[in-house]
Design a protein. Structure first.
Length: 95
């Protein structure tokens, strides 16, 4: 994975245009796995098949989706809790 980012032509093009390449260690998927999961759900559940007339409409809908994700959407990986419920439970146990 990531072979294209190590390809000599690609690396050379970056350097010629003043870019400094930054990559994590080979085979380390843990650094971006959670982010990729969230953005994958965002694409599937929020973006796919939708269009907005204005940025303001898009922003309002995105904020609503994020509130739903955190406060309403139950997740199997969080033992059937919402992210807010899971965090609050963890904080209560830690107190």
């Amino acid at each position: 994975m990531g072979w294209q980012y190590r390809h000599a032509a690609y690396v050379g093009a970056l350097a010629e245009n003043g870019f400094v390449q930054s990559m994590s260690r080979k085979g380390n998927c843990l650094d971006n796995g959670a982010t990729e999961q969230v953005f994958g759900h965002l694409k599937d559940e929020f973006f796919r098949g939708r269009d907005w007339d204005t940025f303001e409409e898009f922003k309002a809908d995105l904020e609503s989706y994020i509130r739903r994700w955190n406060h309403v959407r139950r997740q199997v990986k969080l033992k059937g809790l919402t992210p807010v419920e899971f965090r609050e439970q963890a904080l209560r146990k830690a107190a």
